[in-house]
Design a protein. Structure first.
Lengths: 327, 352
């Protein structure tokens, strides 16, 4: 934990969306770091801002993006300072790329998959069409797609194969960081296991780092080194995966862990009552307070983030636990 | 309905006897639903005409479902579990074999019989948002089945809606009735779907991946709700899923389906801790529990993909992917059902 080089550092990242009823605070003051060759898993319920976080890091902003601020350091450089064109040329798909949600359906149906995998190389001027296709062929081999599939169209491939193609597309420019948005959620169990195996071997072979966004905690444990728990646009806990899977600190993380149905133990899973708050006018205090079983008077104020035993936890419960205050 | 009633009793008795040999059941339990050598094949056509083979979506499935019993059918996409479900619901017509509900064959029912049958079988769809018409209010959605099944009195309809909504914990009821599906959260939408499936007081509930589109935190809540309904109304439930982890909390029996066939039937505990079929082993190995140790190990996944259902492999359909394949046996003859005791049945030559 000490001698690791930090690859990605996100500080005070904010991404709001403009709507008629006010700003949606999808990503609100998010901080976390990711060391080289590690995988951080972002978990949370749907609508908690996980996917928006991915978009904010990669600057893939929709039309209605409002406030977008904070710092994102990639290898020590603040990429938020770059102009859009610089960002496109030097960062996106060169240093970090993304496997979008439902990636298997995000392929262009009328272009052969080989050309789609080769496209980032051509678009970034790294190579001509010939060499790009060669590289695509090589990539196909790495991700386990038969090479003769290169001239097929997406509809001729199974879901798992298409997912592999989408991963190949993200890896073809050898980025340092790949953001995966729900890479396995639409897949079958065996295909899921296959894709997780593939990601593991890519991580070992190429020293790639991953940001894995998911709501499937069981599957995420296959890849996670570090876990980031998001709730209503904010990060409520960051810790190493063994800490999260054994004893998370934040009451929300604890409930989230308790809600996971387990195959090999007969512990009854619990559920979290209530619903996450609207992100347009979130509560002023702790955003989880309404649903929290440990709530007390203090929770009407917004809790700071405490650093405790390697956990970074945003909860008043840890105020007096000889902490070092972060901010 | 065309059946001679005496034939029916004989048939039911035979079924019960044959199933007694294989499964340990209370003999006083009534069989609610029985599938007999069910085949559902879809014809492929070349250029719109000209026969080009069959997709054998369901190929020889038999089982009995007793009253108040919850079973789960587990399998990957494309294994035929949805076709099986649609056949049970009376949407697909079996190519061969029969679906028998309370002693009556589905094939012999006329339109009125089928309509009555559909009121006795509730259906919980996979995607709640897709299952609810976006232009109808919750009240209209809930009233529709009642109107179709002849509940003419508006006050009675509303009363029944209130009763079922309270049961699925959609309260205060008045607040939800005028809403449209898009105004509800995913969990609430699924509750409406469940309430709709329950409003005609069915005997059997068919739930097709009822929680796969929902958030992890809501999933357990919906599963518990379904289980409560099952217990309070003595429902029989067929739970179709690909997620083995949720099955444990729900059903007594698990049937594993592969390439159109059921290859293993067992009680939940037996299947999870003493799986017999190599495919079941693979499914279990691929289902992870949250454990930080998972990071260091690769999961054991059989090579290849499920076979085409147009030309399924000869013999055991899993043999091309199976590490324990016995040459000359598995690739030649389809394995019959072997009984391992305690209601544990497996179609695999390893257990002869």
């Amino acid at each position: 934990m000490t001698e690791e080089r930090t690859l990605l550092e996100v500080q005070n990242l904010k991404l709001y969306f403009k709507t008629e009823r006010g700003d949606v605070q999808a990503v609100d003051n998010v901080d976390f770091t990711l060391p080289t060759n590690k995988a951080v898993v972002v978990v949370g319920e749907s609508g908690c801002g996980k996917s928006s976080l991915a978009k904010a890091i990669l600057r893939l902003l929709p039309q209605n993006a409002g406030e977008y601020s904070g710092q994102v350091f990639l290898d020590g450089n603040d990429i938020m300072k770059l102009s859009d064109e610089q960002f496109r040329q030097n960062v996106r798909w060169v240093k970090m790329s993304m496997v979008p949600q439902a990636a298997m359906n995000s392929l262009n149906p009328v272009i052969r998959v080989g050309e789609q995998v080769a496209e980032p190389i051509i678009a970034h001027g790294i190579g001509d069409k010939e060499s790009a296709l060669n590289q695509a062929r090589e990539m196909f081999q790495h991700v386990g797609v038969p090479i003769d599939f290169i001239s097929r169209y997406p509809f001729e491939l199974s879901g798992g194969m298409r997912q592999r193609v989408a991963i190949a597309q993200a890896l073809v420019t050898s980025p340092q960081l790949v953001i995966l948005d729900e890479p396995t959620s639409a897949l079958d169990v065996l295909t899921q296991a296959n894709i997780m195996n593939l990601l593991k071997s890519i991580k070992n072979e190429y020293s790639t780092s991953f940001v894995l966004i998911t709501h499937d905690i069981s599957t995420s444990s296959e890849l996670a080194d570090r876990v980031v728990v998001m709730y209503a646009g904010q990060i409520v806990e960051v810790c190493e995966s063994h800490q999260f899977f054994s004893k998370p600190f934040h009451p929300y993380s604890a409930k989230l862990m308790a809600s996971v149905p387990r195959l090999r133990s007969s512990v009854e899973p619990e559920f979290i009552t209530g619903q996450p708050p609207s992100l347009i006018n979130p509560p002023t205090g702790c955003r989880y307070a309404d649903r929290c079983h440990m709530r007390f008077e203090k929770c009407v104020e917004e809790p700071p983030t405490y650093q405790l035993d390697g956990h970074q936890v945003k909860c008043w419960l840890y105020e007096h636990a000889n902490e070092v205050k972060l901010k | 309905m065309n059946n001679n009633p005496e034939d029916e009793t004989v048939q039911t008795l035979n079924e019960r006897n044959s199933s007694l040999e294989s499964t340990v059941q209370n003999p006083t339990d009534e069989i609610l639903l029985s599938l007999q050598d069910l085949h559902v094949w879809f014809e492929l056509r070349r250029f719109g005409f000209g026969h080009a083979g069959y997709v054998r979506a369901v190929d020889g499935v038999s089982f009995q479902l007793y009253q108040k019993e919850a079973i789960a059918i587990v399998g990957e996409s494309g294994c035929g579990k949805s076709s099986l479900m649609k056949t049970i619901l009376g949407i697909n017509i079996p190519t061969k074999g029969d679906v028998i509900f309370e002693g009556r064959s589905l094939a012999s029912m006329d339109r009125r019989g089928l309509r009555e049958y559909r009121s006795l079988v509730g259906y919980v769809q996979q995607d709640p948002y897709g299952a609810l018409p976006p232009f109808m209010s919750v009240q209209q959605i809930m009233e529709e089945p009642l109107i179709i099944h002849g509940v003419k009195d508006r006050a009675e309809r509303l009363e029944r809606i209130h009763r079922v909504f309270e049961e699925v914990k959609m309260t205060p009821v008045e607040e939800f009735l005028p809403k449209f599906p898009h105004m509800l959260s995913g969990g609430q939408q699924q509750r409406v779907v469940i309430a709709r499936s329950m409003i005609l007081n069915p005997r059997l509930l068919v739930a097709d991946e009822p929680v796969s589109m929902l958030d992890a935190s809501v999933r357990v809540e919906i599963l518990k709700l379904l289980r409560n309904l099952q217990e309070n109304h003595d429902l029989a439930v067929i739970y179709i899923t690909h997620d083995l982890a949720t099955v444990r909390y729900f059903s007594e029996y698990i049937f594993v389906m592969y390439a159109g066939e059921i290859i293993e039937k067992a009680k939940v505990e037996d299947l999870v801790f003493r799986p017999a079929h190599p495919y079941t082993h693979a499914l279990l190995a691929a289902t992870s529990d949250p454990d930080p140790k998972n990071v260091d190990e690769f999961q054991d996944v059989p090579p290849g993909e499920p076979p085409s259902l147009v030309n399924p492999p000869q013999g055991c359909r899993f043999h091309p992917r199976c590490s324990k394949m016995i040459a000359g046996e598995c690739d030649v003859t389809t394995p019959p059902e072997f009984n391992l005791g305690n209601g544990h049945l497996v179609n695999c030559w390893l257990y002869k």
